[in-house]
Structures are given as C-alpha cells and as structure tokens.
Design a protein. Structure first.
Length: 250
C-alpha cells in the first residue's frame, strides 16, 4: 500500500522546487531594477537622411550669410553660388554672429580642382576655428606632401590625423566634430583643457585629443581664459568652398 505521506511529497515536489526558482527570479529582477534609470527621460530629436537634426543650429544652408559676419566687420566678400560659399582670397575670414561652447558640428568643404603650380600648404588651405582659436585644418591632402600636423584632419600644429582620409581635389568632403570647450576658474586658471574628436568623410581622424591651447603658427600654444566664442572660417588665399554647416550645442 502506498504511503500517503510519501505520495503527498511526490505530488508537491514540483511546486516545492519551483518556489526557490521563482524567488530567485524575483530577486534577480529587483537587483536589475537597482541599476535602471527612468528619469529624466531623454528628449526626442527628429532625424532624417541628408538633413540636420531637428534641434540643430543651421549656420549655412546655401541661401545666405545671415548667421555670419566679416572677420573685420562690414560686408562679407565671399561668393555665394550653387548652395555653397567660397572664400574670396584677400577678403578675410568670416565668423558666426552667435557664440558657442561645447558643440557637435557638421561642415562640408571642397578644395579647388585645379592644383597645378600649388603644393604643400599652398594647396586648398583654409581652416575651421572652434571658438575662433582652435583650428581644424582644411587642406588638399590628396597626394600632397606637407608636415603631418598641418595636413587635412589635423589639429593644426598640434595633432596629426590618425589616417589620411582625404578625397581628390575638387570633391566635396565632410567633417563631423565633437568639441569640448576649455573650462577656466573665476580667476582665469585652466581647470580643464579643450578636447576634440573629428571624423573626416566618416573616418575617425582625431579621437578625443587634448587641445594644447590656441592655434599658433610659430611657437608653443598657451591657454588664456575666455568664454563662449564664434566659429571662424579662414581665408588663407585659396578658393575653398563650404556648404551644409550646422551644429548642436551639447
């Protein structure tokens, strides 16, 4: 005859075994919830192919210079044609009317297709200056020998690019830049240097490198305290063109 006590244990065994498993799963869930962040909820940013994000500050869309002013004031001398603006050699650089600190920036640029008689730093030279001080070099670096920290994709005279991602002269190229502005104390001392990441044509050429100070042609850079400042595009006596410029304060 079957022992009813044994039969009861046998019938209850699955439930008894399941109870610790269920408790363990509940404990794992509680442990997981400890590291879940629900608030604040990230705001939504609309994106679409070939267009700036919905929260971008559009600096140039091909229709005019509304966001810009001449380097020395007065009328901008650069030309505007086919949704692009082109340096007019000798007219000076241009800068944004608005000042910026930390930014994500997109800019497309093109050096002249004609290269005969030009080489090194004389071929398609311009520059994108973050906060009017820190230059990401623009240059025709397709089969064009020059010093590595002066070629396209360099933090000029500071960091050579990781690779040469340049396209042929006359072709449109792009920079996507993540810039962290320097931070200064109330007394002007440097608390944190600037950092920059640059993608050229979708390729990482600067990977969160430390900027050593404002761009200088001769000598070593040295920080001086400043606040947010404009984006500056350089006139370096070459007919470099720009288009599709936008940024997002971050």
């Amino acid at each position: 005859m079957m022992d009813y006590r044994m039969a009861a244990v046998w019938l209850l065994a699955p439930a008894l075994m399941a109870a610790p498993v269920a408790a363990q799963e509940m404990n794992r869930k509680a442990q997981s919830e400890v590291t879940e962040i629900w608030e604040p909820v990230p705001r939504s940013v609309a994106t679409s192919e070939g267009r700036p994000p919905s929260d971008a500050v559009v600096l140039f869309d091909g229709t005019g210079f509304d966001a810009w002013e001449a380097e020395q004031g007065g009328k901008i001398g650069w030309s505007l044609e086919e949704d692009a603006m082109t340096v007019a050699s000798g007219s000076g650089g241009i800068r944004t009317k608005e000042a910026f600190c930390d930014v994500q920036m997109h800019v497309e640029w093109r050096t002249p297709a004609e290269t005969e008689g030009f080489d090194g730093q004389d071929r398609g030279n311009s520059g994108i200056f973050l906060q009017e001080r820190y230059e990401i070099q623009v240059l025709d670096s397709s089969d064009n020998a020059t010093y590595a920290n002066g070629q396209a994709g360099s933090v000029y005279k500071q960091h050579p690019p990781l690779v040469n991602a340049s396209r042929a002269p006359g072709e449109w190229q792009s920079y996507d830049i993540l810039f962290e502005a320097p931070i200064f104390s109330e007394h002007g001392a440097l608390r944190r240097p600037a950092y920059v990441t640059v993608l050229q044509n979708g390729v990482v050429v600067q990977n969160h490198v430390q900027i050593q100070g404002p761009t200088v042609w001769i000598g070593a850079p040295s920080y001086e305290a400043h606040g947010c400042a404009p984006i500056f595009l350089q006139d370096h006596n070459s007919d470099v063109s720009y288009r599709n410029i936008w940024l997002r304060p971050i």
